[in-house]
Ligand binder design. Structure first.
Ligand code: GLU
Length: 447
């Protein structure tokens, strides 16, 4: 069978086995459509079922989470941990608490995480977990009880050397603190069993900022390599969670103008650039939303629509909200408004059709698995600090983050050159990571 037939057959098998797991199939397809040149150089991968083994999680743990709300009502949620791949080290990846969580979403995230983690150059396998629990509007005590119930099951399957969860959507310092406390109660002290811990609980300085800062360090490298600069570039950023927030801060520090931001309360725009101090006050205050910004700056505008549907001219788009937030129609529209670069801050925020549209229009596109790898990279540094029983300075961590992001971009450039990919960084990221993972699978035998 030719390598393209092999890819097609594997995709067919996955579609038959996992009908309806659209996000998972989308993520696998996006990688496998890029790697034909590697398969051609390694015909033995077919007999060894390398594609099947890389796409299929080593383990999918699924459990019931039973907890009681403040009124005494008992609730049942579904909890999961996808231990996708351990070929490059212990399973590593975040935890998402959101009503949309299901096996397809976690399998896509764990698959992506495996590729992203291998790009960092650190010894990190891939995993992801979470629950279909919506934390919005829940009291602190309810969040604590939910985290304790979730960890009561999960604790059986994780340890500092086996599987190290962190945060993701709906899981921040507070949740990691409760999850850590419950793990300790059940299994004893293991500092490195979770990352993204509060700094006082021996988390890493710079971990909260890492994904957003990393996205901008990566963007700076990429723009430089196109003989361009971030200075005064007009940037659109969706999402004001940990990733979006710190991407906004770093973009402005690096000289760009953030002309619009968005979250569930709508889109806020100012063609002259939004003011960072006011923006920070508005974003971090749980009792205010983006409209509040207008009280201090009446030249700005607020729209109810998502940022990608608003008529705002800009040079760079950095989606940092959620998977599939940019569809083909919106991709076309933002290109017409002047966007030249799209850098993914969230995991898989562009649909397959949107990515195709960027490609067809020569937009410089950077995939999440490379651009947002800074978060998990600093999680890796947190694991090292915990193992050493030391805490590095913010500057030390930030320095290492910058150098990891620079190295990732360099790997993509080198891969583009080796495979004659022009500037297809998505393909380059897939090929570079796939080659490493496939070799690791092969050298560890049939297991
Ligand atoms: N959830 C983050 C990601 O998507 C971070 C994972 C981690 O730090 O383990 O990469």
């Amino acid at each position: 069978m030719s390598s393209s037939e092999y890819i097609e057959q594997v995709m067919h098998d996955l579609e038959d086995r996992y009908p309806g797991q659209s996000e998972y199939l989308q993520a696998v397809h996006e990688v496998y459509e890029s790697i034909q040149p590697v398969l051609e150089a390694h015909p033995e991968y077919q007999e060894q079922a390398i594609l099947e083994r890389i796409a299929t999680p080593e383990r999918l743990i699924s459990f019931r989470v039973t907890w009681q709300d403040d009124e005494g009502q008992v609730h049942v949620n579904n909890g999961y941990r996808v231990q996708h791949s351990s070929v490059n080290g212990p399973y590593k990846g975040g935890t998402r608490f959101d009503s949309s969580v299901n096996p397809s979403i976690l399998k896509f995230l764990a698959f992506e995480q495996t590729f992203k983690n291998s790009l960092t150059g650190l010894a990190l396998g891939g995993g992801k977990g979470g629950a279909d629990f919506n934390p919005i509007g829940r009291s602190d005590a309810e969040i604590m009880r939910f985290c304790q119930a979730y960890m009561t099951e999960l604790a059986k399957y994780i340890s500092a050397d086996q599987d190290i969860p962190a945060g993701d959507i709906g899981v921040g310092h507070r949740e990691i603190g409760y999850l850590y406390g419950q793990y300790k109660r059940l299994q004893g002290v293991q500092l490195g069993v979770l990352t993204g811990k509060p700094v006082i609980a021996h988390g890493s300085l710079g971990r909260s900022e890492a994904t957003g800062y990393g996205v901008m360090y990566f963007t700076e490298e990429l723009i430089k390599s196109h003989d361009d600069s971030l200075q005064d570039k007009r940037v659109l950023i969706s999402g004001t969670g940990a990733v979006g927030l710190h991407a906004i801060v770093k973009a402005i520090q690096l000289g760009a103008k953030v002309v619009a931001v968005s979250n569930t309360s709508g889109t806020l725009a100012d063609p002259d650039g939004l003011d960072l101090d006011t923006l920070l006050t508005v974003i971090v205050d749980p009792n205010s939303d983006l409209v509040t910004y207008l009280e201090a700056h009446d030249t700005a505008s607020h729209y109810k629509e998502a940022i990608w549907s608003c008529d705002i001219e800009a040079d760079i788009a950095i989606p940092c909200a959620i998977q599939n937030e940019i569809n083909a129609e919106q991709a076309q529209e933002i290109i017409e408004r002047g966007i030249r670069y799209v850098i993914e801050g969230a995991n898989m925020p562009s649909t397959a059709e949107a990515v195709q549209c960027f490609r067809d229009n020569d937009i410089i596109f950077a995939p999440a698995k490379a651009a947002n790898a800074g978060g998990v990279a600093v999680s890796g540094l947190e694991m090292s600090q915990n193992a050493q029983r030391l805490q590095w300075t913010f500057e030390e961590v930030d320095q290492q983050l910058q150098s990891i992001m620079k190295d990732i971009f360099q790997h993509l450039l080198d891969t583009c050159e080796e495979y004659d990919l022009d500037h297809d960084y998505a393909k380059a990221a897939n090929i570079y990571a796939f080659k490493r993972i496939a070799e690791l699978v092969q050298i560890q035998g049939v297991v």
